[in-house]
Unconditional design. Structure first.
Length: 273
């Protein structure tokens, strides 16, 4: 938060380690890894033996740039549902990142401008490129630099990277360049010569969306759970009640009811209050 919003973004800060339990106004609070990005957390609330788990954004597949998702049993589960439709079954992340390397080898004169979120996605893509053996300098938009430095300080391998600036932007040739999705089509990106535009997102599974955004190289890479991860997690938590938010509530609610799990959209419960 301090890196993104400044040291004065809150009046007070309290560090809470994963698994550390604190007591606030009659409720025990514990954080557990969510696997979404580095430092992301699920929140477990307990009162008189009753447990409510809020997943926040999460994913359960391995990711070298984030703490591994930890499954927690609970009475009530509040889950995200960003990709809460059966059509969303994310492919192998390594195979998706290989698309960049393979395409660059086939078009060595082109620059590959890949849209990535500055926090989490950018660092994951860089790390995966390194794991796959790509050792060249990687060029980054200025918004990514400070977060990269934080990840590097946490011993996450990002290799060599350089910020794109006014002195090098027109000289780039045959390079991988990472920038926020908002930057890949603005004035900044127009100065990059001979570019192939890509986007790393779970939404790239929808071909029409990639086409509408004029994405030439769609990379299906998400930091959110897909349909299989969502349904498996719901079952594995053994929750007797599931509240669904931030996504496709109706479909996941229907699946829960088909599996004899009491479920509803969190928004509906808020209306009742």
């Amino acid at each position: 938060m301090k890196i993104r919003y400044g040291n004065e973004c809150a009046k007070n800060f309290q560090i809470l380690k994963y698994g550390e339990r604190i007591y606030v106004d009659g409720i025990y609070i514990t954080l557990y890894p969510a696997g979404h990005i580095l430092g992301s957390a699920q929140v477990l609330l307990e009162k008189q033996g009753y447990k409510v788990l809020v997943t926040g954004d999460f994913k359960t597949i391995p990711d070298a740039t984030a703490q591994k998702f930890e499954l927690i049993k609970t009475n009530t589960l509040i889950t995200e549902a960003t990709f809460g439709l059966p059509i969303f079954c994310h492919p192998d992340p390594s195979e998706e990142i290989k698309k960049i390397i393979t395409s660059l080898k086939e078009n060595p004169e082109s620059n590959y401008l890949i849209g990535v979120y500055s926090l989490g996605k950018a660092q994951r893509v860089i790390n995966m490129l390194r794991i796959l053996g790509y050792t060249n300098e990687i060029y980054i938009h200025g918004s990514i630099k400070k977060i990269n430095q934080y990840y590097s300080n946490k011993k996450i391998n990002l290799g060599r990277y350089t910020q794109v600036d006014k002195d090098n932007i027109k000289l780039l040739k045959g390079q991988i360049i990472l920038a926020p999705p908002s930057a890949i089509k603005d004035v900044w990106s127009r100065k990059i010569n001979n570019k192939v535009i890509g986007l790393a997102s779970g939404w790239m599974a929808i071909k029409q969306r990639a086409k509408q955004k004029l994405i030439e190289l769609p990379i299906i890479l998400s930091d959110h759970a897909d349909w299989n991860e969502l349904t498996k997690t719901i079952k594995s938590t053994e929750a007797e009640k599931v509240l669904i938010t931030h996504g496709q509530e109706d479909c996941l609610k229907y699946w829960c009811k088909k599996n004899n799990i009491n479920a509803d959209a969190l928004a509906n419960k808020n209306k009742e209050l």
